[in-house]
Design a protein around this ligand. Structure first.
Ligand code: NDP
Ligand code: 2IT
Length: 444
């Protein structure tokens, strides 16, 4: 049996009931096959793949907190410090009722390669809790965040592990967590990114994931003889990534006709009004039904369905496995030319293969959404030098990073005989740097 197959089997056997983690590992290792086989003896002797798929450290803890009625609740919380070969652990905190250890491990594993692709010195980690911020008062969210950070603060720090936002964790949650970290540890340091601008945050971090997604998409289109101007774009999600993806797509001349949330989606044939969307989602924290109520001519649909709308470019920006084989078929039938993942692993493996076989340009999340964590690393740099850069400076660096990432994928895919396969290109380019650093640092 080949080394890659052995390690895939091992992961499935040793991590039962973690299907998302298995999926992420399979996707990466399958596309590394050619690289591993070229150096199989050395990698096997060093157990390089076994070390790569096993987190360096996994923290599991309980988070007790009191609601507004005086009732105590207990949530499960996680921080997986996956790989520190190229820098301190870096990755977001997800707050969503679906969170479990397998989901955090899939996200942490993806983060290793994503962070490597940015070219910046950050290792891979991820964390979160099954706490649901939806419908909670600000005081309840603060109570949760303070209790969560009381435990997490023992294990993180500006030079060891630097968490950030993800689903359900935005500026409000990061603020409460930062306050509690500072209070407990007594140090004012860049221990979290995505901070507010008044206490060490970076300009353009809020926009970075969505903007970066469009910078990479634009470069991928350009290198394949297309551009975004005049294109119809379909987006899923209506959170941080989706909102700023829609904004940048419009700035680049495209028309965005859909967004979605966990209960439904809107089709706005005239183009999404981003200011209205921001008001509803960032300020009122309301459902998309409010968007349809506020704007004449907008269709609201319950459930899922954005991928049935004919488009040129599709940008899944909500959550994992939200674009399946049927959706991929609908996209191809609707004339789609490119799919770029704003979310982490939103496309199932079958859907990805179908899109690639049908000639769709496909940019995987670990490359396409890397602008968020890249800008987090720029926030860390600013905190270290105790300076703040202008919006233009950060945005310019972000664009440069995203264009570079695309060319790295493209070149890695070509070098290994898989031209145009940006999934393989991303996994190979991300892996080689981490593998080199792990090998240089010995058996640790
Ligand atoms: P937000 O919490 O701001 O928004 C998430 C959006 O996705 C909301 O519209 C939410 O709907 C929807 N959503 C979440 N879970 C589900 C689900 N299970 N089913 C259907 N819809 C769902 O999160 P972000 O925008 O920050 O994150 C979106 C994706 O992008 C995630 O995969 C995240 O890991 C990834 N990502 C985020 C980065 C960042 O910097 N924030 C960086 C790189 C990747 P509702 O409000 O109804 O729950
Ligand atoms: O998935 C991701 O890359 C993020 N949620 C952002 C992580 C970060 O540290 O900014």
């Amino acid at each position: 049996m080949s080394y890659v197959d052995e390690v895939i089997d091992l992961v499935v056997e040793k991590n039962p009931a973690q299907p998302e983690f298995h999926q992420a590992v399979k996707e990466v290792l399958e596309s590394l096959r050619v690289v591993i086989e070229a150096n199989e003896e050395a990698y096997r002797k060093d157990a390089l793949l076994e070390r790569l798929v096993t987190p360096e450290r996994q923290l599991l803890f309980r988070v007790p907190w009191v609601d507004d009625k005086g009732q105590v609740h207990v949530n499960n919380a996680f921080r997986v410090q996956f790989n520190s070969a190229i820098g301190p652990y870096k990755g977001g905190l997800r707050l969503h009722p679906s969170v479990n250890l397998g989901i955090i491990k899939f996200l942490g594993f993806e983060q290793i390669f994503k962070n490597s692709l940015t070219g910046l010195p950050i290792g891979g980690g991820k964390g979160g809790s099954d706490f649901d911020p939806k419908g909670k008062s600000d005081r309840e969210v603060m109570a949760f965040c303070q209790s969560f950070m009381t435990e997490l603060s023992k294990y993180i720090g500006a030079d060891t592990d630097v968490p950030a936002g993800d689903i359900g964790t935005g500026a409000r949650e990061i603020g409460y967590m930062f306050g509690q970290y500072k209070r407990i540890r007594g140090v004012y340091e860049g221990v979290l990114t995505g901070k507010g601008l008044s206490y060490g945050g970076s300009l353009a971090r809020t926009e970075a994931t969505g903007y970066g997604l469009l910078y990479l998409t634009e470069e991928m289109l350009r290198c394949n003889g297309h551009d975004l101007n005049g294109k119809t774009v379909v987006i899923s999600g209506s959170g941080n990534v989706a909102i700023y993806a829609a904004q940048k797509a419009q700035q680049l001349g495209a028309k965005v006709v859909t967004v979605s949330d966990s209960t439904g989606w809107v089709y706005d044939k005239d183009g999404i009004d981003v200011a209205l969307l921001k008001e509803i989602k960032e300020v009122k924290r309301a459902r998309l039904t409010e968007y349809a109520k506020a704007k004449p001519g907008v269709e609201y649909h319950e459930g899922r369905g954005v991928w049935t709308i004919p488009c040129d470019v599709a940008l899944p920006c909500a959550t994992q496995n939200e674009l399946d084989l049927e959706d991929a078929k609908a996209l191809v039938a609707g004339g789609c030319i490119a799919v770029a993942e704003g979310a982490n692993m939103p496309t199932t493996m079958e859907a990805t293969e179908y899109l690639q076989k049908n000639g769709i340009l496909f940019a995987p999340g670990k490359a396409a959404n890397a602008g968020g964590v890249a800008t987090s690393a720029l926030e860390m740099s600013q905190n270290s030098e105790r300076l703040s850069w202008t919006f233009e400076e950060v945005d310019g660096k972000l664009k440069h990073i995203m264009v570079n990432i695309f060319h790295n994928l493209d070149e890695a895919a070509k070098k290994y005989g898989m031209e145009g396969n940006y999934v393989a290109g991303a996994n190979i380019a991300g892996f080689l740097k981490v593998a080199d650093a792990m090998t240089a640092q010995g058996i640790v």
